[in-house]
Write a protein that binds this ligand. Sequence first.
Ligand code: DC
Length: 232
Amino acid sequence: MLILSKENILNLKKHPIVIAIDGTSASGKSTNSKLVAKALGYVYVDTGAMYRTFAWYCVQKHVDIHDDKAVAAACRKWKTSLECVEKNHLRVVHLLVEGYFPEKEIRTAEASAATSLIAAVPKVRDWMKKTQRDCIQFGNLVMEGRDIGTNVFPETDYKFYLDAKLEERSARRAADGVNENLAARDQRDSQRAAAPLMIALGAKVIDNSKMTSAETSGLLIAEIQKLFTANK
Ligand code: DC
């Protein structure tokens, strides 16, 4: 567990800190981001859930997700709000659509496939970037995604990139009961023109193929602690 010095805590109060955790699908971003956020007392933001929520909304409203103009128009129209809630001793940001958080609906394989299509639309990415930057209103953040260190908060000093071998990531998804072509999704995420998945300049890369989540989050926290000391 990380213990912050008084000086560090004062520093953090002045300028909210964003810890950016990017990486491939099923590389352990969610589990480890939550563990890090809990250890630091930071607010956890799952940006993938935001993209998934918009994909779900488009499907609900019968928007043609292959038509970029129709998708961009839907993004201009939808009525959303951000809320920060406490869940299992963790503060989490939710994106609500007309007051509703579609927690379960966004996790299906169908939603995953639709998400990488709408996530390639530049107007959607602009909207997401603005909304994700607005999360700073809730305090210090651990934000996970694909473009947090490269595009959403490029100014942060705290950038991480998680990865694991494809077989290992596929096995993790299968263990969760989800059968998904991760290679195809990685390809779509890293080959789109707008803010593709890539390693941010200065990011610490962690391949956790052979690591437990306790080991991965322990390493992340140790690296963050080193950066806190260096940035004093
Ligand atoms: O992290 P996830 O699997 O819930 O993300 C779902 C999809 O959302 C992912 O395939 C790509 C997209 N995404 C993105 O393009 N940028 C982000 N910052 C987060 C997710």
